[in-house]
Write a protein that binds this ligand. Sequence first.
Ligand code: CMC
Length: 422
Amino acid sequence: MADTITIIDDRTGKKVTVPITDGVFSSSALRDLDPNLFMYDPAYLSTASCASSITYLDGDAGILRYRGYPIEQLAEKSTFLEVAYLLINGQLPTATELSTWQLNVTHHTMIHENMRKRFVDGFHYDAHPMGMFISAIAALGTFYDDAKDIFEKESFDKQILRLVAKVPTIAAMCYRFSQGLPFVSPNNALSYGENFLNMMFRIGDDYKVDPVLARAMDVLFILHADHEQNCGTTAMRVVSSANSDPYTATAAAAAALYGPLHGGANEAVVRMLTEIGDVSRVPAFIESVKDGHGRLMGFGHRVYKNFDPRATIIKKTAYEVFEVTGMNPLLEVAVALEKAALSDDYFVSRKLYPNVDFYSGLIYQALGFPVDMFTVLFAIPRTVGWLTHMQELLADKEQKISRPRQWYTGVDERAYTPIAKR
Ligand code: CMC
């Protein structure tokens, strides 16, 4: 059987036959039939908007790979900075490449004093850290006059380095501001995850980062580093397609991530579990979701229709963290909720399974992060994925400025009525 598809325009009898490669065919074939013919695909359910060699995802089989490496192996054997190198450069680093990369990241973690003193200090005392984070990332770009040189490799690589290195510093700064705590400077002697925890939680001189918790942080960062064309990454690509600078584009991607259906879900999960409060109230909550009163947060995914491999790893990490921090009392509610949903036909028939956000919030909470910080914790590692996609997009000769078409369903031309006659 030929790997082609034939499209016939029944209005004219014209037809085109186009090849199918890896389950994809080029919709530009429609142009040959009629240049004014467009496909209506709200929310891009059937559209591949780009060709990408970064992340492979098979939703039915529950497979996630970065540059070909299974997420399970990376989570077990790698470190976040090594994974960041892998995503950005396409292959794992040699020992020398890795130590140079780590050294470079470590030496770009500082941010300009004006960012803290003038910019962050200007926020209202109870500003949401994610709102602060998004604005701070956009503001950061204004400190670098080479930020806009996106087609000069050396300059673009430097912006990648700056962003990857500085996002934890900005995240921690937003948190410390919201708590009224003094800012902790980055410590070059610590690993990426350790340094972040130190900047977040250090009070006085005796703070020691627990290695199990630092490793859990690193694993969570690895799991969140990329996830192909999700809402935030699509925002990154759309904004980058206008040749905006990487700081502005990252802020746009982070803004998309902020939404409760996307990266805000981990925050929503903990709020939901807190509201349920007790295992005895799980059945009533499940019934209320089925009756259309809200969604079961942390369940369901546009692509994963079997299981989310990240959720499996996170559940294991959660138990390792609880060994150190003590049990999160909401875990019992989460486990009961998961069990009830997975044996209920409403969720089973719609292929709704726990996603990455179902257990991550419980770990963050056990690590001491306030709920408001959860989406920021997602944005830190995802910055690597966003920048990798921007880099790929800028090198892709088939890409242009993103400009979808619409199906106009409004009224036809009509004459303006003077206000007195309306
Ligand atoms: N709880 C209850 N019902 C749900 C849920 C849920 N979490 N998710 C989907 N459904 C139902 C939905 O009502 C619909 O039912 P029906 O066919 O009767 O109208 C059906 O399942 C299909 O839903 P959909 O909205 O068409 O699915 P989608 O692919 O557009 O949405 C989703 C994917 C992740 C937005 C959605 O499952 C959801 O809202 N989940 C809760 C929020 C969440 O956990 N988000 C984190 C996603 S993973 C991290 C990330 O990528 O950011």
